[in-house]
Design a binder for this molecule. Sequence first.
Ligand code: DAT
Length: 182
Amino acid sequence: MSDETERRRPNILVTGTPGVGKTVTAALVAERLGLRHINVGEIIKEHKCYDGHDEELDTHILDEDKLLDLMEALIQKCAVDNVGIVADYHSCELFPERWFDLILVLRTNTDVLFDRLTERGYNDKKRSENLEAEIMQVVLDEAHESYDVDIVQELPSNTKEEMEGNVDRCRMWAEQWVKDNA
Ligand code: DAT
């Protein structure tokens, strides 16, 4: 097995409140930079990483151990194949620090996020909870508490232009990382 420290390609995590654009941004980063996209929410659904059901919140309870084992295997395989990954998920504290070299925290203005969550069909309660989390910068604080402050980047994600700019910045950063870790 290849050790994580031997990686020659960077691993990136795109995180933020639901609706900020994690999945679309991660997909673009993967396509433009030749990284493998890991949509963590899809893995959870596909492999049923559930540990029961929370009746009050009407959501599945995440089986973190099962998810982390699956992801560890994927990340190891990518390291062996010499391919970096770009993962996206609405939380970041559950992952081991050693997995990622860059944490992008996408941020969206309240009015824009309101429209996106409405379009997604969120009910009033779920929409308000997520808007509040974005205003209170819950995920940004979580990223700062969980990772070295130097690798956490807060980026605006309101418009297509900002998304393109974010992907460009990410590409420049990844090229530098590859040079520095050659
Ligand atoms: P997330 O994965 O954070 O839940 P998403 O990638 O599914 O969000 O995007 C939600 C919707 O918002 C989707 O219709 C694409 C749109 N969107 C996201 N980021 C955007 C941006 N920076 N500019 C314009 N539209 C964006």
